[in-house]
Design a protein around this ligand. Sequence first.
Ligand code: SF4
Ligand code: SF4
Length: 496
Amino acid sequence: MSDVVRVPEPTVRVNNLKGYITKDSILTLNDLHSIPNGPKILLVNKKIGGWAVITKDAHEMLLRNDGRKFSEIVTDENLNTIGANGFFVSLYNRGILSVNHEMIVREEDYSVFHEYRLSLLILKITNKCNLECTYCYSSSNMDDNSMNIADAKKAIDDALNKCMGRLIIIFHGGEPLLELENIYAISDYAMVLAKERKIGIELRIQSNGTMVNEDVANQLFERGINIGVSLDGYKELNDLTRIFPDGSSTYGQVMNAIKIINDKYSRPPGTLITITKHNVKHLPDIVRRFEKEGIRTVKFSLFFPDGRGNSNADLEPDPEELLTSYKEIISDIENKRIWEIGVETLLEIMMNMIMADRLYPCYRYPCGAGTNFMSIDVNGDVYPCDCLNDERFKLGNIQERTLENCYSSEPMQSLLRRGDESLEECDECPYQAICGRGCPSKAYWANNTLGTAYACECTVNRGIIEHLMWRLAESPTLLEYTLKWKNAAKFLMKVQ
Ligand code: SF4
Ligand code: SF4
């Protein structure tokens, strides 16, 4: 039996000494958390998110030889069972060992996450909505306002000026399809400008799915605009939260939209499920049924108490129930009962665990709010993320400031420091580099501070990250699923 798990070694772009262990190399154990389980032990380097599962015997051997030269260690009798060089290189590549006091990745290498590197622009094209979902964080209804086209164009011009060679634009609401003509005009403008500047561009709409018909799908398809729809489960569950103002069902219309989009785009849309107390226990069943319906990807968004959700705070799911559901989904993946549908939320965490470059801006510290993402409100106000749309986080107005100026503003710099409030619980947490210390917006709306993680999210993240480390170490099938969906997941970013 192997003494170290066969998880792929991280893709490391910096300080890469991979494989360079010579007989004179000094090998030291990094500062690690050790979590024992039977004959094995999980080692986690909390600073960089490196981890490995090894046997307790191998761990004891590492402790005995900490700080010695490789040539001194290989005389140790235990090494007969280990296969010395590969074992040590592997642990170095996973951030468990240092070679000559150098880690493969240092904390400072992630300072790039503090820089302005825009890749996603969210346009709150309207606050109007034809539904009245019980948790809507925008508290949208039909009396609300819409964005003027000039503001949207200014934001796009500005974003294309300073983005990272590729920009995703998401039309968000309210229900964006209520402003279709504006979306067409803005999309056409964005496409021309991106072409002129040789920037890759992707346009998306996050819709409630009730206004998609053949004509709309045709128009969007012709412009290359992708559609994602929100659906909280099968009919009985969806219609507890996602309803028309008179309380009637939206399910039939959303399923019809999925069929139309599937026919037009030759692939079904991605779906977004908001997790509440109603659907939390049913998630595995929902994912299995979605897979049977041919739905390609599903993303989970944890309910948080903002907007109408604030008056319905009891919708918060029980974190232990959510953990149980996630574990059942993972078990289903391992048994290939779930296979042809990408469960994005879990994929993002797993990719974060096996890649060092932290592609997913919601699972790193600081998160992508204001650095990778900017959100423009209907009145042109700029926020770091559509979830942080509070006066405290307002970075300026697009009519008066560039997005890069907004990034330099004090509210933004304060957010990057997490409001200067200490995150003591996260400082001690072994999973901080994978979790990213929780979403600041959820912390803010739940606790009115950035200094304490949202308890529900924290409990779930702690539990699921540790579980995934053990399972990825044991299950080649789980790893196969992660890599199978890797490319599909690569550019999936947040769509609340
Ligand atoms: S939010 Fe919770 S799981 Fe995430 S780093 Fe902080 S303590 Fe750890
Ligand atoms: S959703 Fe939360 S974690 Fe993700 S970018 Fe926005 S504020 Fe950050």
